[in-house]
Design a protein around this ligand. Structure first.
Ligand code: ZN
Length: 279
C-alpha cells in the first residue's frame, strides 16, 4: 500500500495531467505526458522524462473501450413462441420478451443475418483494441428477452451498445435507419444525448461505408427516435438500434445475402462506433 501510494505521488508530482490536473500545451502534450507516466506508474522504473515522439508503442484506437453488440432476435425463437411471447415491462408499455424477426422472401432470416453481421463486427472491434460483449453466443438459442439485452449493457457499463437489426417492410421501401432513445422519465434519460451522438456517428459511417440510402419510409435522414423499445428504454449506457435495410426489398435482400456486403456493413458499423468512442 505504502509503495503504491509513493509511486502514485511521484507520478503526480512530476506530471500533473496523469492525476487529473490541468493539461497545458494542447492534446499532443497531454498524450506525451500520459505515455511518459504509464511505465513509471506500472513500477517498471522507466525514466520520467517524456519519450521522444513516435517511440512509444501506438495504442490501438479502441483500447480501454467496452462495446456491447446485440444481434437482434435469435435463431431458436421460431420454435419457442411461449417463451418469447411472455410479456415484459419496458416502462412505457408491456411487450413480448423477444420476437422472431423478419426474413427475406427467400427465407434468409433476420436472426441469421444479425448474428453474422454482429460476429464480423466483434472481430473488427477487437482488432482495434476494444473489449466486446455479445448479448447471445450463437444463433440456435432462444432470446434473451429485450430486458436482459439492455441489462447486459448496463451491467458491463459499456461505453456504447448497438443492437443490430434489419427491417421487414413493404417491398418498395428501401434504405437504412438508426433508432435512438427518447426521454421517458426513466433510466435512459441521462444517456439520451450521448445515444443521439452515437446514432449520428453510425448513420454517417453506415451511409459512407455501404452506399445504402437513408430510409425512404422511416425517420428523417435515417434518424428515428422512439420510446417503445425495451432495449433502449431500459439502457443506462449510450445505445442505439440500427435497422440496416429492408429485407423484403429484393435489391437489399440480395445485398444482405452476400457475405462481402455483410462485411461492408460490419466495417461501417465499427467505423461509426469508433468515431463516437474516440476522444
Ligand atoms: Zn429486428
Amino acid at each position: 500500500m505504502r509503495a503504491l501510494a509513493a509511486s502514485v505521488l511521484a507520478v503526480c508530482g512530476l506530471i500533473t495531467s496523469a492525476c487529473g490536473g490541468a493539461v497545458s500545451g494542447g492534446p499532443a502534450a497531454g498524450q506525451a505526458a500520459e505515455q511518459a507516466a504509464r511505465p513509471q506508474a506500472d513500477g517498471t522504473g522507466a525514466p520520467s522524462a517524456p519519450a521522444p515522439a513516435g517511440r512509444a508503442p501506438a495504442a490501438k484506437p479502441l483500447s480501454g473501450k467496452l462495446v456491447v453488440v446485440d444481434p437482434g432476435h435469435n435463431g431458436g425463437n421460431f420454435r419457442a413462441p411461449k417463451a418469447i411471447n411472455r410479456k415484459v415491462n419496458v416502462l412505457t408499455q408491456w411487450k413480448a420478451c423477444d420476437t422472431t424477426g423478419t426474413a427475406t422472401a427467400g427465407g434468409y432470416s433476420e436472426a441469421a443475418f444479425t448474428w453474422d453481421v454482429s460476429t464480423r463486427l466483434v472481430k473488427i472491434l477487437r482488432s482495434r483494441g476494444a473489449q466486446v460483449k455479445l448479448t447471445r453466443q450463437n444463433n440456435t438459442g432462444v432470446g434473451p428477452c429485450i430486458t436482459e439485452r439492455a441489462a447486459i449493457g448496463n451491467r458491463s457499463k459499456a461505453d456504447a451498445a448497438i443492437s443490430v437489426h434489419a427491417d421487414g417492410s413493404a417491398t418498395r421501401n428501401r434504405g437504412f435507419h438508426v433508432i435512438m432513445p427518447k426521454k421517458i422519465n426513466g433510466p435512459v434519460d441521462p444517456v439520451v444525448g450521448a445515444s443521439s451522438r452515437l446514432g449520428v456517428a453510425v448513420r454517417d459511417a453506415f451511409r459512407k461505408g455501404t452506399g445504402l440510402p437513408y430510409s425512404t419510409y422511416i425517420g428523417s435522414k435515417a434518424l428515428d427516435y422512439r420510446n417503445d423499445l425495451g432495449g433502449l428504454n431500459l439502457s443506462t449506457v449510450p445505445k442505439i438500434f440500427v435497422e440496416t435495410g429492408n429485407m423484403k426489398n429484393p435489391a437489399e435482400a440480395a445485398k444482405f445475402q452476400d457475405p462481402r456486403f455483410r462485411q461492408k456493413i460490419a466495417l461501417a458499423l465499427a467505423n461509426g462506433l469508433q468515431h463516437y468512442l474516440e476522444p
